[in-house]
Design a protein around this ligand. Structure first.
Ligand code: BGC
Length: 742
């Protein structure tokens, strides 16, 4: 009897260690799992923030009660703590040190939204590589990036961290960032584990307010919100992070459907799933569990491997396992994921970081890459009378505005480790670029973006009056974009609009540069300015990048990764919308309706009486100093068969005077399907360089898979029928060709 019981126990143990990990890594994981106590396993699942009592922290490590830390960013300190883990714990399992390195560690690249505006994924890969090189030198081996939430709501502060509204663009940029962070080999000293976050649907937050509820039908979840995560998983991302929000009532940290059915079973993902900060504990506040013990059980059962700062697993998992409420098999599967990540990172062989002096920060090469990203991430929205680029024929320049010389604000959100003194501002960079050839008069007008005190405007106006051209740098301070920095009013804050109106009244040519964390409703200011560059928060090298663009040493090539609304009430507004049964036509705006008009006299279509039916600028839009013409699209066949591709081509000519870059964008529309489909969907894009006068043929391949969508039965397939296809300069223009999927 006793023997058969033992046999049964060893069988169950073996079953729970199911050796999915092959080779020596698998053997090592199995061997560790057999040696680890339950407490040691739970310790691996615990991620802690640094706290102020070193002796206590060291004791926590020694007792095997922590598997990873976040926010320790000092090579010497992380080595000291690592030494305790490696030499003074029973099994010597190394720690991982994590940090939010979102768009740079020391050398800051544009905010991710600005990087997406480059439509050049290589630049995002470069940014992540530089970030990994710099962060790894400080002992960081895990970053919580890229953020690949799709969002169509610029009220949400975290739009700054995202790649914007489009599923495909975000998928491409997310994968590029994963490659940059992780390099070719995760165990290389300068590679750091990336983290696809926030899984999932966080960007659909109701009313654009952070952490809020989301309601996402399964077809929309799969068509819009999940593909960027699937792409990250296919790019080999080492970890995922749960989102704070609930989807249809279920918080992500308890979402078995997302974390197990989709992530693990459908996608076969075997990296680590970490909770967001306190998100397991916050399920109590969501109202889906009674207490922390209940939250721990829900988290574990939903496959959340690492508890970041909820203390749920350390406090309650042991008793949950002992009482049989959580099986040891579940715990073992989780610990496997964590040990696998530590092995992939090479931490068992090389647990320590080399303490370097000097640190590899702000190298010329890194700064140059950051500058290039800031150049390509700035979008020219308007350029009346070809005011830009300026030449040194401009003898006197007024440089105005709260963002003209703010080293910290141009860095944007999420730069814990940046040193603003390294930022080169537009004012400094322009002074350096023009030297003595142009005289500059600088007058901020407002001291910071929210400043409502208009006393300084008079001096700014005097400066403008004395100048040939006025440059005004407006936008948002870094502190009003990012996490928990949502705004219900997304106009330029403070008295910036008044400042611009006063500058306009001088009659001087006015260039407005917007440095912000989100698309702002700048309709009024757009009318007041002759030229507008939308630069987002451009990072350390925002100044030199803008100086080059303004003086024509570089030609704008950025395109909007997100729609700019006219008014906040239009949100959510995005290019890939459905048609509705009553698309807008014969628009009568509110002031044109005759007094006493009868109810039926102005028609019944889908638009706003006070904002019409269009955004201020649509997705994909962006001008150049040059101009481009697109020929009609030609197709290799007007029929697409299963398993075949068709080639879609057009000729693009640079019809302007500047050598320049253009982003050719491939869109499709499924004209008739079992579910209403978007009026356009981006399927591919290419940034090409064209000399003035040059023509190039751009060709894209289209296959079945690219046309597929989830139908009402949640089956992903391409339905036969007619499709339109465009190659165009943005999401609105161009003439489509038609083909039939047979
Ligand atoms: C954010 C995450 C971040 C984490 C750790 C949370 O508040 O939502 O994106 O990685 O904090 O700093």
């Amino acid at each position: 009897m006793k023997n058969s019981l033992l046999l049964l126990i060893s069988f169950l143990l073996l079953a729970s260690f199911k050796p999915q990990d092959k080779g020596s890594m698998g053997a090592k994981i199995n061997s560790l799992l057999t040696k680890m106590t339950l407490q040691e396993k739970i310790g691996q699942m615990n991620q802690l923030n640094e706290w102020n009592n070193s002796a206590e922290m060291e004791q926590t490590i020694r007792s095997g009660s922590v598997g990873s830390f976040l926010n320790i960013v000092d090579a010497k300190k992380s080595n000291e703590l690592q030494r305790i883990a490696v030499e003074e714990t029973r099994l010597g399992i190394p720690l991982i040190f994590a940090r939010d390195v979102i768009h740079g560690f020391k050398t800051i690249f544009p905010i991710p939204l600005g990087q997406a505006a480059t439509w050049n994924p290589q630049l995002a890969e470069n940014g992540a590589r530089v970030a990994a090189m710099e962060a790894s030198a400080a002992g960081i081996k895990w970053t919580f990036a890229p953020m690949i939430d799709i969002t169509r709501d610029p009220r949400w502060g975290r739009i700054a961290e995202s790649c914007g509204e489009d599923t495909y663009l975000t998928s491409v940029f997310g994968a590029a960032m994963v490659k940059g962070f992780q390099g070719d080999n995760l165990s290389a000293p300068t590679s750091i584990a990336a983290c696809a976050k926030h899984f999932a649907g966080y960007g659909a937050t109701e009313s654009g307010k952070d952490y809020n509820t989301t309601w996402i039908p399964e077809v929309q979840l799969r068509d819009v919100y999940l593909p960027s995560f699937k792409a990250a998983s296919e790019a080999g991302v080492a970890s995922f992070m749960c989102s704070f929000n609930d989807i249809n009532g279920i918080p992500s940290s308890a979402n078995v459907h997302l974390n197990k059915d989709i992530l693990r079973k459908e996608w076969g993902y075997n990296g680590v799933l970490v909770s967001d900060w306190g998100s397991i504990q916050q399920m109590i506040s969501h109202g889906v569990c009674t207490d922390l013990k209940n939250a721990a059980k829900m988290g574990v059962e939903a496959g959340v491997d690492v508890d970041m700062m909820s203390f749920a697993y350390t406090n309650h998992l042991e008793s949950l396992v002992k009482s049989g409420e959580v099986s040891i098999k579940t715990v073992n599967a989780i610990v496997r994921n964590i040990l696998r990540l530590k092995m992939r990172l090479g931490l068992f062989e090389n647990p320590y970081v080399k303490e370097q002096n000097p640190m590899p920060y702000y190298t010329q090469e890194s700064l140059q890459k950051a500058k290039q990203a800031a150049i390509e991430g700035a979008i020219l929205l308007k350029n009346d009378n070809n005011l830009l680029p300026l030449t040194t024929a401009t003898k006197k320049l007024a440089i105005i505005g709260p963002l003209s010389d703010s080293q910290a604000d141009q860095l944007g959100t999420w730069c814990f480790d940046a040193e603003p003194e390294h930022s080169v501002t537009p004012l400094k960079a322009i002074q350096q670029l023009v030297g003595n050839e142009v005289s500059i008069i600088a007058e901020k007008g407002l001291t910071y973006s929210r400043d409502k005190n208009q006393q300084g405007i008079e001096k700014a106006v005097d400066a403008a009056k004395s100048a040939d051209v006025v440059l005004v740098f407006v936008g948002e301070e870094a502190i009003i974009s990012g996490e928990a920095r949502c705004r219900a009013d997304i106009n330029l804050p403070g008295a910036q609009s008044e400042l611009i109106a006063a500058l306009k009244a001088t009659g001087k040519p006015l260039v407005m540069v917007v440095m912000a964390g989100r698309p702002l409703t700048i309709g009024t200011e757009l009318n007041n300015a002759d030229a507008v560059l939308y630069a987002f928060h451009g990072g350390t090298m925002a100044g030199p990048a803008l100086a080059d663009l303004i003086f024509g040493k570089a030609v704008p090539s950025g395109k909007l990764p997100v729609t700019i609304p006219r008014m906040v009430g239009q949100i959510p507004i995005y290019y890939a919308h459905k048609m509705t049964g009553r698309p807008a036509q014969n628009i009568d705006l509110i002031d044109s309706i005759p007094v006493g008009a009868t109810q039926t006299s102005i028609g019944f279509t889908s638009y706003y009486l006070d904002a019409g039916d269009s955004p201020l600028f649509h997705f994909g839009y962006g001008l150049s100093y040059s101009s481009f013409s697109y020929s009609d699209v030609s197709l290799s066949s007007n029929k697409l068969q299963d398993g075949k591709t068709i080639t879609v081509s057009c000729n693009i000519t640079n019809t302007g005077k500047y050598d320049a870059e253009e982003v050719a964008q491939l869109y499709i529309r499924d004209l008739v399907a079992s579910l209403a489909r978007p009026v356009r969907e981006l399927k591919d894009f290419r940034k090409i360089h064209l000399k003035a006068g040059e023509t190039k043929t751009v060709s894209f391949m289209l296959n079945n898979e690219q046309l597929a969508f989830y139908n009402a039965n949640l089956v992903k397939r391409t339905e036969p029928g007619d499709f339109q296809v465009w190659i165009s300069t943005d999401s609105q223009s161009g003439k489509p060709a038609t083909f039939r999927k047979i």
